[in-house]
Design a protein around this ligand. Structure first.
Ligand code: GTP
Ligand code: MG
Length: 316
């Protein structure tokens, strides 16, 4: 399945060691990223002539098997392999069609304190559960852009599901990201860990915070969107190629005056729309209670579920 990624960019005709290095520095680490680049982008990235850039892109497209049709029964076969990670709440699992899916990007969005980070922690624990307990017996990567990862929470949640906290902590690969360039690069490099370890979940908490902080003002919106899209494409590709779940969080301000439709639409929020496979909108209710709703999913109806954030983690 990952044959394509194992082909390194040095193997492309026209790419020597020096060029490969320049390409990597500019963020072109995989055959696919080169295949998706324009001639102008590649020329700039690696100081190439036009003919050489064209040749490299053509070779990458061939090697990446960029546009390979498969018959729908094969798609069905692959869909049947989709794994599900329990959230800890049966009603939330039910809302999600069984849990958080592999081969997909799931986005949790909602205002501060709505439970996005708690859910991210819980999934890092639950992905390690045996299959009988709706886990995937796999490891997790946690990309932290807001410095909100808490190993103590992982410990409490591990005890909550009956797993050894020491082992659970050892199976989470943590990385802190300080800016968007780093964040994009980390996602690309994560693939190396994925190929080495049995990673079944990648968390990016939050996927949007650094983008919002760095790209302020209208004139930078297009660039922000472009970079964010590239980042999401990388995550989608890894999820798909390696049959793992990607879970990202996105803070949006709530609009309590809007009850129908998307209450977050008018302010800031919508930058990830149509990029994640499944979007869950989280909002606060009384005390520990939280309400989740599904947004424009390709295969799930729009419904709501109630869950709780307890000392031991996410529960019904
Ligand atoms: P932002 O990142 O600010 O956008 O918020 P978020 O959606 O990530 O919120 P988060 O997941 O951090 O949820 C915070 C809420 O979880 C708190 O308001 C608490 O209600 C709850 N919470 C966090 N830690 C604990 C804990 O140890 N015990 C219990 N019972 N609740 C907790
Ligand atoms: Mg958070």
């Amino acid at each position: 399945m990952s044959e394509v990624t194992k082909k390194t960019i040095e193997n492309l005709p026209g790419v020597g060691e020096a060029t490969a290095e320049k390409l990597r520095e500019a963020g072109y680490r995989t055959i696919e990223s080169i295949a998706a680049a324009t001639v102008a982008e590649l020329r700039e990235a690696a100081e190439l002539g036009e003919a050489q850039a064209k040749k490299i892109i053509a070779a990458a497209r061939e090697a990446a098997d960029f546009c390979s049709f498969v018959t729908a029964d094969k798609v069905m076969e692959k869909r049947q392999k989709v794994g599900l990670i329990t959230t800890g709440s049966a009603s939330l699992d039910d809302l999600l069609g069984g849990g958080v899916e592999t081969q997909a990007v799931t986005e949790a969005f909602g205002e501060f304190g709505s439970g996005k980070t708690q859910l991210a922690h819980q999934l890092c624990v639950n992905v390690q559960l045996p299959r009988e307990q709706k886990g995937l017996e796999g490891k997790a990567i946690f990309i932290d852009t807001e410095n909100t990862f808490r190993p103590e929470r992982i410990r409490d949640m591990s005890l909550g599901v009956g797993l050894d906290p020491v082992k659970v902590l050892q199976n989470i690969y943590y990385v802190r990201s300080y800016n968007t360039d780093q964040q994009i690069l980390i996602a690309e490099k994560a693939e190396e860990v994925v190929e080495r370890e049995n990673i079944r979940l990648i968390v990016v908490d939050s996927i949007t915070a650094q983008f919002r902080a760095e790209f302020t003002g209208r004139e930078t919106l297009a660039l922000r969107q472009q970079k964010l899209n590239r980042h999401l494409m990388t995550l989608h590709r890894i999820a798909d190629l390696h049959d793992l779940a990607v879970f990202v969080t996105n803070q949006v301000q709530a609009r309590p005056d809007i009850f129908f439709g998307d209450p977050t639409k008018p302010i800031g929020g919508h930058i990830l729309a149509h990029s994640a496979t499944t979007r869950i909108y989280l909002r606060k209710s009384k005390e520990q209670r939280r309400i989740a709703r599904i947004f424009d999913s390709p295969n799930l109806p729009e419904r709501e579920a109630v869950f709780r954030i307890t000392e031991q983690g996410i529960k019904d």
